[in-house]
Every structure is written in C-alpha cells, then in structure tokens.
Design a binder for this molecule. Structure first.
Ligand SMILES: *[C@@H]1O[C@H](CO)[C@@H](O)[C@H](O)[C@H]1NC(C)=O
Ligand SMILES: *[C@@H]1O[C@H](CO)[C@@H](O)[C@H](O)[C@H]1NC(C)=O
Length: 149
C-alpha cells in the first residue's frame, strides 16, 4: 500500500514537472516583442537619414550610440514601447527580455519583460502566461494559466 502510494506520488510529481517545463518553454518561445515595426508616437525627420521622414523603426535597426542614433529614448506604439540603442541595435526596453528596463539587463528563466520589468508570467495574475493577460477576479495564475485556487 505504501509502495503504491509512493509510486503514484512519483508519477504525479513527474507529470507536474513535465507540465511546468512544457509551459515554461512555451512562455519563453513567446516573444512579447515580436512586432516587426515600431510605430513612432512622434514621427520625426532625421537629418542623419538624409531627411527621410521617420514614422516607424524596424526591430533591430542598426544604430550607433555616438552617431546616427535613430532610437535614443524614442517612444512608440502609443507609449507601450521605448526604443533605445543597445550596443548597435534598436531595442524595445519595455518588452525585450535581453534588454529589460535598460540595455543589457536580461530577464531570468521563465520571465518575460512586461513594461520594462522582468516578470514571472507563470504566477502573475496581471501577466498570466504573457504580458498584460489578466486573470478574472478570484482566479489565480498557475503555470501561466488562470485557474481556480
Ligand atoms: C494608439 O491609440 C489610438 C487611439 O486609441 C489607436 O487608434 C491606435 O490604433 C493605437 N496605435 C497602436 C499602435 O496601438
Ligand atoms: C506582476 O507583474 C508586475 C509587472 O512586472 C509587477 O509589478 C507585480 O509586482 C507582479 N505581481 C506579483 C504578485 O508578482
């Protein structure tokens, strides 16, 4: 009887581990920042880009912090994105897991960058499974899903 119980417990923990691993993986493969272009909130004409009128910036656009810096604290997508020149590429420091809050600040395993803060989306009721996905009141976030406590 005790052995059966032990076996069941082991199988159950194994199942839970696989379940967590699977969903963490899913959360990690989800890039909160997968829009190809950032729509600038205040389009500007860049003299450095031969006076081209700039209304959007493509993800990962080349930039030079000392010269031709097209993304020095530029707000985009109605304030939900903030572009900075990280090393030599334009990054959204509000949604980039590798540059979260500021250039070079990486989020940990199972975390996404939600509004510039590394967030464990497995257990956050306002960012459950992905940034901005809230659970209905009374529901908890468990393994990235809203469910009953
Ligand atoms: C920004 O907000 C305006 C007005 O609410 C909306 O029409 C527009 O689609 C939004 N743009 C983005 C990129 O979310
Ligand atoms: C949920 O995530 C937000 C944004 O990162 C954070 O401010 C808040 O403290 C988190 N809540 C919990 C319960 O961890």
């Amino acid at each position: 009887m005790a052995t059966t119980l032990l076996k069941l417990t082991t199988i159950f923990s194994l199942f839970i581990s696989i379940f967590i691993a699977f969903h963490t993986q899913r959360a990690l493969s989800y890039d909160a920042d997968d829009d190809e272009h950032y729509i600038l909130d205040a389009p500007f004409s860049s003299t450095r880009l031969r006076s081209r009128f700039l209304a959007s910036i493509k993800k990962g656009t080349h930039c030079d912090p000392n010269n031709n810096n097209v993304c020095n604290g530029v707000s985009a997508n109605n304030g939900t994105s903030l572009l900075n020149c990280c090393k030599t590429h334009c990054r959204n420091v509000l949604g980039d897991r590798n540059n979260c809050g500021l250039c070079g600040s990486k989020c940990g395993l199972g975390e996404l960058c939600c509004g510039g803060t590394c967030t464990n989306v497995a257990y956050n009721t306002t960012n459950c499974g992905k940034c901005g996905k809230g659970c209905l009141s009374g529901l908890r976030c468990q393994y990235g899903f809203c469910g009953y406590a």
